[in-house]
Write a protein that binds this ligand. Sequence first.
Ligand SMILES: [Zn+2]
Length: 417
Amino acid sequence: MHPRNSPDKYTDPVFETDLSDRLHRVAMQQAAGIAKSWRTNRQNAYDAYLEDLADYAEAKAKAEAWKVPLDQIGQEPVWHEWNLPELRVPCIQANANVVVVEKSEDSTFDYWLRISTLEKGNPLRVPVKLASYHKKALQDKTLNTSTTLHKRKGVWWLTLSFDEDVPLQTEPSAPHVGADVGIANFVTTSTGKHYGTFHGQLAKRHKRDRAKRRRKAKLRACLQKKGREKLPSTSSATGQRLGRQVRQEINRAVNLMIEDHPDARFIYEDLSVSSMRFKARSMNAYLYASNLAHIPEQIAWATAKRGMAAHTVKAAYSSQECHRCHYVDRANRPDQQTFLCRVCEYCNHADHNASLNLADRFGDKELAACKNKGEIKALLMSRHAAWKQTYGLAVVQPAVQLGLWDHPQASTDVAQR
Ligand SMILES: [Zn+2]
């Protein structure tokens, strides 16, 4: 992006408005913030696409060299341009310059919302009444000065927030527990346990919801053709309910994981767009991506609430890297569940192998310093080379090793030599 075009919240106003200068500035700050994060997210997604494309080119070249059918390496990644964000719901993210929450001295209301108006010295005061559970949640808390006002279905909603500091309970010597995030298993820990899944009930509901949406879309198209003006909505109530159910299941899985490892220091992945896609690819479902992102969010939130230490590490190639010899290859995954190293024949559940890698990446300064996926792969392969030297294994040409695991009696465990 050209720096001249980058969102600037301090720039001169372009549009005329009835808003006061201060509210106008708040609106511009908010718009600039949205534009900035949209650009960052789109750029990250585009970079991930370029990396996918490079991966694909590499796999294709290998396949051609070894005369492997091209359909074995999957489909060439395609870039879909993102839509510009659209403002659908009026929303004011206000700071203390324009909206102030004041505790009410009167007992009728709990707070007053003081909103500045065009008339100087004549603010609008809106009474705020809290439900008893709101009161309980906010008891003895100091509210943050920024507030959010949302208009939904003709009603304004106020969002208040407060910061909570929970002292860290985790001991410095706490065991590192890696947590790998996935679809077949929401979370798999390096202790070898699985928690929750998108499969089973959720997948069935998901399928039903998709069928329902498809029917609805067909009906809409049909009515549109007939010139009907009022069309049934495309938003799906069951879809929203499903999203809620998935998040509930995720929360339950994460809480169980924490209960099982009360003294742990959790190491989990910084789930990027590309790693979400990598995980979703085999399921051929981008739909999982947003739900998948709720898992690390929940790990961060649930551990912070309990004062437990949790850290993110770079996740690139954690599912393709062999935990024993560090050899990185997509072909180390003969299927979604299995990890089988093509060099040392280390075999494990794929998610367990990944969670062990994640646990080891905590405090790995060399890996943290890598600037992109390419550098991470080069580092892991150099570690693999060092491993080979230590174990005196000759260079294995993967082309010769194809189908090696079909004849277990013909091979010996390298680590035993
Ligand atoms: Zn290996």
